[in-house]
Write a protein that binds this ligand. Structure first.
Ligand SMILES: [Zn+2]
Length: 433
């Protein structure tokens, strides 16, 4: 990879930092023993030559179907001539255009569930979504459904951009790693974790792959998006899920001696790598979405995606595009969340009741601006929620007063699953009598 910012990328892959590659076209031929089925980045160009006709026709049906089809089911596996063509070896041909990497996987005993999603209403384009898995891993029987919902929600809800590739294949492997058009996911016992893993890894399709960001230097430009992706999409797949990935770590580490600004270049050794790559940028994106509202947020984000996909954007390209696209100067917020470090902490420091209204004073005790969520419970147990976005801290003030209903008030509690408040002791207020 050569870019006009750093020249040649010479950062080796050592395990933690991921990749930075240019966009390429691939033509691959993979020759395997006849029983092996191959899944790969790109389009399978000779499916009718390597697969038995019945299997191939089910695959073709899946590409047009909203239903999940067992392209290979348990009755096929173990019968030598049921799935692939009966030759000593088969050569599978794949072609991929404009992708930053190529990956393949194969198995002679995996099931293959497949379906497809209408990802672009304007053109009618569909994306095929697959799960290829060992039937002893029970969670994988639902993975095709989780993956299909993820591709659908990504295309139409968040980030609301037509899924850019012709297929997305979740392969049952030994890792949790994303590649263009494929992810390699380990089996999990817990259903919620299986949903979160599936949507997180598929979300990487947009960031880094479609955009072409430099994962080795700016992990937050991909992992931060996959993190907000799993926070938002997981509860849309299963409404009982509250995905709090990384919130506790942010509360305990942000502003500590181990913390460095999110803008700091990612390194193998950094002690704040996790919070700076995953939850801190994820929270920043979430708070900007909340502050702008969806309409302006998508104007900013879609401006960034449209301007920079395939061109290797750096952090400033993102900040400027969000400002320009939304029409709002968000520099005060970028400065706090990306260029500085700070403790995430707020407290309720006073409540004054006047008639039917209680005026709640909230103090920003740390320097990271946070949204405010107050839950007011009255003596009958009725709860009222009051929300303020991070915009209340825009002027650099450290105190804000929020009017809430005061009738028969029992207690006021401040907090939300996605607010990493480090000290929660001062987040509760009760009247003296
Ligand atoms: Zn990730």
């Amino acid at each position: 990879m050569y870019d006009d910012v750093d020249g040649w990328n010479r950062i080796p892959y050592l395990g933690r930092l991921e990749f930075y590659n240019d966009f390429c076209d691939f033509k691959a031929q993979i020759t395997v023993p006849a029983q092996q089925v191959v899944w790969a980045t790109g389009d399978l160009k000779n499916g009718e030559v390597v697969l038995q006709p019945a299997i191939y026709s089910k695959l073709m049906a899946a590409e047009q179907s909203d239903q999940i089809i067992a392209v290979i089911d348990s009755t096929d596996v173990g019968h030598a001539t049921n799935i692939t063509r009966d030759n000593p070896v088969n050569t599978w041909r794949f072609e991929a255009k404009n992708v930053t990497d190529f990956v393949f996987a194969c198995s002679d005993h995996y099931l293959w569930h497949s379906s497809s999603v209408l990802v672009d209403y304007a053109s009618g384009r569909r994306t095929r979504v697959d799960a290829a898995f060992n039937p002893i891993h029970k969670d994988f029987f639902e993975v095709a459904s989780f993956a299909k919902k993820t591709v659908d929600l990504m295309s139409h809800v968040f980030p609301k951009w037509p899924f850019p590739y012709s297929h997305e294949t979740v392969f049952d492997g030994l890792d949790q790693m994303e590649y263009p058009m494929m992810v390699n996911d380990n089996p999990l016992e817990d259903r919620a974790e299986a949903i979160e893993l599936t949507d997180h890894e598929i979300f990487h399709t947009m960031f880094p792959f479609y955009m072409g960001t430099n994962e080795t230097k700016y992990a937050w430009m991909d992992e931060g998006w996959a993190t907000i992706g799993e926070w938002l999409i997981s509860p849309m797949i299963d409404t009982t899920i509250v995905d709090e990935y990384g919130i506790g770590a942010t509360a305990s580490l942000a502003g500590s001696e181990k913390d460095v600004p999110t803008m700091t270049i990612s390194t193998e050794m950094s002690q704040s790598y996790f919070i700076n790559a995953y939850p801190k940028p994820g929270l920043a994106y979430l708070y900007v979405k909340d502050m702008l509202g969806d309409d302006l947020f998508y104007k900013g984000l879609h401006h960034y995606i449209a301007e920079w996909h395939g061109k290797h954007p750096i952090p400033f390209d993102f900040f400027y595009c969000m400002n320009t696209g939304s029409g709002k100067n968000l520099n005060w917020f970028w400065k706090k969340w990306f260029f500085e470090t700070g403790v995430a902490d707020m407290g309720i420091t006073g409540v004054r009741i006047a008639g039917a209204t209680a005026y709640v004073t909230v103090q920003l005790k740390g320097s990271l601006p946070l949204p405010i969520d107050l839950t007011i419970t009255d003596k009958a147990g009725k709860k009222t929620k009051v929300h303020r976005s991070v915009a209340v801290w825009e002027k650099g003030n450290t105190r804000t007063i929020i009017p809430v209903p005061a009738k028969n008030i029992k207690e006021i509690v401040m907090g939300d699953a996605h607010t990493p408040d480090a000290d929660k002791k001062d987040n509760v207020w009760k009247p003296l009598h």
